[in-house]
Ligand binder design. Structure first.
Ligand SMILES: NC(=O)c1ccc[n+]([C@@H]2O[C@H](COP(=O)([O-])OP(=O)(O)OC[C@H]3O[C@@H](n4cnc5c(N)ncnc54)[C@H](O)[C@@H]3O)[C@@H](O)[C@H]2O)c1
Ligand SMILES: O=C(O)C1=N[C@H](C(=O)O)CCC1
Length: 250
């Protein structure tokens, strides 16, 4: 059986360098390009890449995906910074290349995907829900893509269930003290040396609280999800948002 020809963009970065090693170690894949900032994207075409794993930064990801989709190279994207406008633009590109697939995964680790799923399930049963994400201090974006997605899923579940707005009597204080509001769910971002990627979802009701916590303690936690994404995206045209769609969770 022929091996899946994979390129990694952002190959010298923290997660990109781990992805290079994971693709090299996968028996059913061949690493055909490992590109860093400033390298020519045409290298991927010359190398016959079928899938590009995109792990760069929010300022680079759109240009890279525009190129990939135009050349029929499928994308597995971990880079953050997704807005509705960016997603609409990507969908437009994919409409023009109907056989190409792109997976955007706010988080590739199974524990983080399950945290999002459990938070969505629990959200309607509690009056209050807040998200705390904790990351290494080299991270350029806040809140994390995972926290933003978690808050959206929580808000969606609460809207569907007709939940009342969250109780909060705060009337005075410092700007930012209550975190950022993502779909009216407070999200708090901690940046601390020693951490990698962590998240807590705090839920509170009458006389009880529930805390759902996930910790990625090594970049290896993201690798099975990246490899699964690469295997599945080649037969899944269009945009897939969230690794859960490839995990058969229900
Ligand atoms: N979805 C997930 O599970 C997951 C997990 C970890 C990190 N991330 C995200 O992945 C991204 C990278 O994270 P990181 O910690 O590795 O950052 P990093 O800064 O260590 O690595 C990014 C790398 O991309 C390179 N780069 C920038 N523009 C480029 C371009 N146009 N072409 C090729 N390379 C380019 C940079 O030079 C750098 O080496 C971030 O957005 C981060 O939030 C996602
Ligand atoms: O280290 C990072 O940067 C991470 N980014 C993603 C996010 O913003 O959610 C996933 C976790 C690690």
């Amino acid at each position: 059986m022929s091996k899946l020809r994979v390129a990694v963009l952002g190959a010298k970065g923290r997660i990109g360098s781990e992805a290079v090693r994971a693709v090299e170690a996968a028996e059913d894949m061949e690493l055909v390009a490992a590109l860093g900032r400033g390298d020519k994207l045409e290298t991927m075409v010359e190398a016959g890449a079928e899938v590009a794993v995109e792990l760069t930064d929010p300022g680079s990801v759109m240009g890279n995906l525009d190129f990939c989709v135009r050349h029929g190279i499928h994308g597995v994207v971990g880079t953050t910074g997704w807005t509705d406008e960016r997603l609409a633009q990507l969908r437009g590109w994919l409409d023009g290349s109907p056989r190409t697939g792109v997976l955007i995964a706010p988080n590739f680790s199974i524990g983080a995907v399950l945290t999002m799923r459990f938070a969505r399930q629990a959200a309607r049963f509690f009056e209050s829900v807040e998200v705390i994400e904790l990351h290494h201090p080299n991270k350029v974006d806040a809140p994390s893509g995972t926290a933003a997605r978690t808050a959206q899923l929580i808000a969606e579940a609460r809207r569907e269930a007709g939940c009342a707005p969250q109780p909060d009597a705060t009337a005075t204080g410092l700007d930012g003290a209550r975190g950022a509001s993502v779909d009216e769910v407070p999200v708090h971002s901690v940046r601390l040396r020693g951490l990698l990627a962590h998240q807590e979802v705090l839920l509170g009701g009458e006389g009880e609280t529930l805390t759902i916590r996930h910790d990625s303690i090594h970049h290896s936690s993201f690798m099975p999800g990246i490899l699964l994404g690469a295997r599945r995206v080649v037969t899944t045209p269009g945009l897939t948002f969230g690794l859960e769609h490839f995990l058969d969770l229900d």
